[in-house]
Design a protein around this ligand. Structure first.
Ligand code: IMO
Ligand code: MG
Length: 427
């Protein structure tokens, strides 16, 4: 029996969906535990190509229970569309459940996300504008609405009415925007509630029963460690915790029940949205990586900022999450390079920094110190065994292991499910 957390180790988009889809055949349940539809998990398998925003990436394995945990913020409209699309492609969604404790994204969350971004002007965070900041702020401020409330019309009416009064005051008095209609939102969300009712459960109970029965379970992360509100590049972060620790609070699992923590890293670095990224390449090499790897956001379509692997951030991420192993994705993207670089320190004010700084304004002044390794200049996408990798590619992986102080268990060499090298047995 194993409970395995799969965690984004960089700035998101590391290929968590691919890794979860790959491992899900060995488990009984997959649980998303944080974020919302700001996440975009690309999964390519025999059913087709999918960009999952809310549904766990285990959904393609018949019989695997998929849970949208209490730590997720659910946009009902997006979720219903996602379920519809999966069904259209012949994917069975009868094992999908939504926590009755999950918070619901309301129209004012989305509106306020956009208005707050515009108010920030040049200092905008570059959010996905899906209402994520406002919904998690409301959760903590005790102004949130949870999925269970959608099933109780009377209770929902009273709470929405009181909350909307405040939201409309902010919309009209702070932002000079038009107020939202209570009736429209109420009717719309009651109807979402009816449609989602068959999926809504106390999913913590389902999960604990599975664990008691010794089943294997994956806790699927969203976003990445460097976007975590506590340890990421604040304020250029998301609004729910993306760390391994959140896999417990966001799903209803105890810290003592998690056996493995897999950190997912791309073989290079990407970031989408604002905020410092020391290894960003604003040159031909960065453009080359972007085009070769189609690094455009799965949720917003924005071009991702690309650069070399940042082992300073990587080591920080490995330590605070306590990764038991690492998955390296998209190694094949580096195939054509004559040499590849790894950032092993930051130059700052005449000195060298080896630890990741807390302050984003300090990080933005850091210049990467690179170690250069020979490239392998041959295709790796058809390789399935570690020993068949070119020696230079093996050396690159080995160097990452040394710098992260963590073993690499999985290497992904392409987008499809089968394009993976299992270095060590996961389960
Ligand atoms: P997955 O799960 C990459 C980024 C946004 C922005 C910041 C805050 O696919 O790895 P938000 O809308 O969350 O308030 O935006 O976080 N961001 C992501 N970047 N991958 C993601 O998810 C992201 N989710 C949010 O671009 O910089
Ligand atoms: Mg993504």
């Amino acid at each position: 029996m194993s409970v395995i957390a799969v965690i984004g180790a960089q700035w998101g988009d590391e290929g968590k969906g691919k890794i979860v889809d790959l491992l899900a055949k060995m488990v009984k349940a997959v649980v998303r535990f944080s974020g919302g539809d700001n996440a975009g998990h690309t999964v390519i398998n025999p059913y087709g190509e999918f960009r999952l925003h809310l549904v766990p990436s285990g959904i393609f394995h018949p019989g695997v229970i998929c849970i949208i945990g209490n730590g997720v913020a659910v946009n009902p409209k997006v979720l219903l569309q996602e379920i519809d699309n999966l069904r259209k492609h012949g994917v069975d969604t009868s094992n999908l459940f939504i926590s009755d404790r999950a918070h619901v994204i309301m129209p004012y969350h989305i509106l306020l996300d956009g208005l707050e971004e515009e108010r920030r002007g040049a200092a905008a965070l570059g959010t996905t504008r899906k209402g994520i900041g406002p919904v998690f702020a409301d959760k903590i401020a005790r102004l949130g609405i949870r999925t269970c409330e959608l099933l109780n019309r009377g209770e929902f009416e009273a709470r929405l009415s009181s909350i909307l009064e405040l939201k409309n005051a902010i919309l009209t008095k702070v932002y000079n925007a038009s107020p939202l209609s209570f009736r429209d939102i109420y009717e719309q969300y009651c109807s979402y509630g009816e449609k989602l009712a068959p999926f809504i459960r106390d999913t913590g109970v389902i999960l604990q029963d599975l664990i008691e029965h010794g089943e294997n379970i994956i806790l699927e992360g969203a976003q990445g460690t460097m976007l975590d509100p506590d340890f990421g590049t604040y304020p250029y972060v998301t609004s729910s915790s993306s760390l391994a620790a959140a896999s417990c609070t966001g799903s209803g699992t105890s810290l003592r029940q998690v056996d493995q923590i897999i950190g997912v890293f791309k073989a290079y670095t990407t970031r989408v949205g604002g905020g410092p990224m020391p290894t960003e390449l604003k040159d031909k090499t960065g453009d080359f990586i972007r085009e070769r790897a189609h690094e455009y956001g799965a949720t917003t379509g924005r071009p991702r900022r690309c650069g070399w692997f940042d082992a300073v951030a990587g080591r920080f991420s490995t330590r605070i999450n306590g990764f038991t192993s690492v998955a390296i994705t998209r190694l094949d993207i580096l195939d054509p390079f004559e040499s590849v670089k790894i950032c092993t320190g930051y130059k700052l004010d005449g000195g060298i920094l080896r630890d990741f700084p807390s302050d984003a304004s300090v990080l933005s002044r850091c210049k990467p110190v690179y170690e250069e390794l020979p490239g392998w200049r041959s295709e790796t996408s058809a390789i399935r065994h570690h020993k068949q990798l070119p020696a230079q590619a093996r050396r690159y992986i080995e160097r990452l292991e040394e710098l992260l102080a963590c073993p690499v268990g999985i290497i992904s060499v392409g987008a499809s499910r089968d394009q993976a090298i299992m270095v060590e047995q996961v389960m």
